[in-house]
Design a binder for this molecule. Structure first.
Ligand code: SAH
Length: 474
């Protein structure tokens, strides 16, 4: 490590910028975003601030005269960007005066370098490569961006606001550190990261005995996490973070092994799913397990296939948690219907052709018998059916009887986004046979004209009139 990262206090004095053109503009944007007072020597004499907003432009002192002889008293740093030879001369002068100087892309002339920056308010991460490769620095920054919650800066500001009053109440350093760990890793931290600052403040204020709070095991909470349809790369960044933070994960059958691989190594994993035809452990028992885990201070994740609120009983689970006074939050996932549609290129809506979507479940024939099929006959409606494999004959009958055309394109998308995905397409009249062709679930049925635009349809019908006509009509 040749360069030690330090953070400059930009309130301590002005920063001098020497240069012109796009390089100087880029530095202006950076300095203004950091609230710096900038004294700019434009080497071409043109202080172009036309691309800055008025308030920012006002914060720039447009310096005239020669920077090589200008007064540099109180200046905290000098940046040269697009300054040519003047930059080199300026660097020499800065060294004599002992002012930190950076000449863009010229480490040999610089006494400091400007890092790639992740800026989340009070939380700032600086990434440097010792001036060797700005591109590598940017790639590292992108990874860190993805790892850090968007509101991590709010968490730091929150702790900052309460720092002194907690310090007064908890003079013991070790106890204070425990206190802050409980706050930041527990429901209060989760509230801040979810944008619920007032809830967090209320919870913090309600801690009457900070020593007891710090010494307790800490409060647990439950995060309902949508795991998506199977491909682990379809997890959201938030979902991944929750899996990495969990003490215990209660997961459904539909959650793929590749996704369980992303769970923190030492987290306990508890299967709570039910397979079709076999009883699971029961919804009440699941509620009990979640509540017990949180009450014993654990960070519990309830990991569900697809999205927790789409045919996933997520609504019942949060009602049970609320009733038990357990803190929780919900992270959405990509529901299987959307995963299947994206993978097989079924545009679920399409200008003029498909204006509405219905998500429907038809688990058993009796469920399917309860569906009001007459509400699904609109030709411009795409129907996405969950758990519809065994009820496929009933679904076909229901739609045909209600008046939907037997020629309506349909697709059966099994194990969507997984390595063994299989899609078959055809007409509504053949739906039960199509469902048999995919061999096993889980599978989504999509019914509607847009299926004729899908990749499997195009592959199966290279000269198909329907798709040709549809394309020509565009
Ligand atoms: N909450 C889940 C749905 C749970 S219901 C979600 O939002 O996706 C279970 C049904 O989801 C299955 O019967 C099947 O219809 C569908 N499903 C789940 N994963 C699937 C996958 N990878 N491919 C196709 N269908 C899937």
């Amino acid at each position: 490590m040749r360069f030690l990262p330090v953070f400059l206090d930009l309130q301590a004095g002005p920063i001098v910028l020497v240069g012109e053109g796009e390089p100087a503009q880029a530095k202006l944007r950076l300095l203004l975003a950091a609230d710096a007072r900038v004294r700019w020597f434009a080497t071409d004499g043109n202080h172009d601030v036309s691309r800055l907003d008025a308030a920012s432009a006002e914060r720039i002192e447009r310096a005239v005269g020669d920077p090589l002889s200008a007064d540099l008293a109180n200046v905290i740093a000098i940046l040269c960007a697009g300054a040519g030879d003047t930059g080199h001369a300026m660097a020499a002068r800065a060294r004599v005066l002992g002012i930190p100087v950076n000449v863009m892309d010229e480490t040999a002339h610089s006494t400091f370098i400007v890092p790639a920056i992740v800026d989340r308010g009070d939380v700032v991460v600086a990434v440097g490569t010792g001036g060797t490769s700005p591109v590598v620095a940017r790639r590292v920054r992108e990874r860190i961006e993805a790892l850090l919650p968007a509101r991590i800066g709010d968490l730091a500001s929150f702790a900052g606001r309460w720092r002194d009053s907690i310090k007064a109440r908890l003079p013991d350093l070790a106890m204070r550190r425990l206190f802050w760990e409980r706050v930041i890793d527990g429901p209060i931290g989760a509230d801040i990261l979810a944008g619920r600052v007032q809830d967090a403040e209320r919870k913090l204020i309600s801690i009457h005995d900070p020593v007891a709070f710090a010494a307790s095991g800490g409060e647990g909470f439950v995060t309902l996490v949508g795991a998506g349809p199977g491909d682990p790369d379809l997890l959201t960044v938030k979902a991944l973070r929750a899996l990495q933070d969990a003490d215990v994960v209660f997961y459904d059958d539909l959650v793929s092994p590749e996704i369980l691989d992303r769970v923190r190594r030492d987290a306990a994993r508890v299967p709570v799913g039910r397979r079709v035809g076999k009883p699971g452990i029961g919804q009440d028992k699941i509620h009990r397990l979640l509540i017990e885990a949180a009450q014993s201070g654990k960070r519990a994740v309830r990991l569900k296939g697809g999205d927790p609120f789409i045919f996933g009983r997520g609504g019942e689970e949060i009602a049970a948690l609320r009733a038990a006074g357990v803190a929780y939050s919900v992270i959405p996932g990509i529901t299987a219907g959307l995963g299947a549609a994206a993978q097989s290129e079924v545009p679920l809506t399409y200008r003029q052709e498909a204006l509405r979507i219905t998500f429907l479940t038809a688990h058993k024939a009796e469920d399917a018998g309860n569906v009001d099929w007459s509400a699904l006959t609109d030709k411009k409606m795409t129907v996405v059916v969950y758990m519809g494999m065994t009820a496929a004959p009933t679904i076909r009958e229901g739609l045909l009887t209600a008046g939907r055309s037997p020629d309506t394109p349909v697709g059966v998308f099994a194990r969507a986004t997984r390595p063994d995905a299989k899609a078959v397409v055809g007409k509504l009249r053949d739906l039960p046979a199509l469902a048999e062709q995919v061999e096993r679930g889980p599978a989504i049925l999509i019914i509607g004209d847009v299926v004729a635009r899908s990749a499997p349809w195009r592959n199966a019908n290279p000269d198909d009139l329907i798709s040709d006509l549809l394309m020509a009509a565009e």
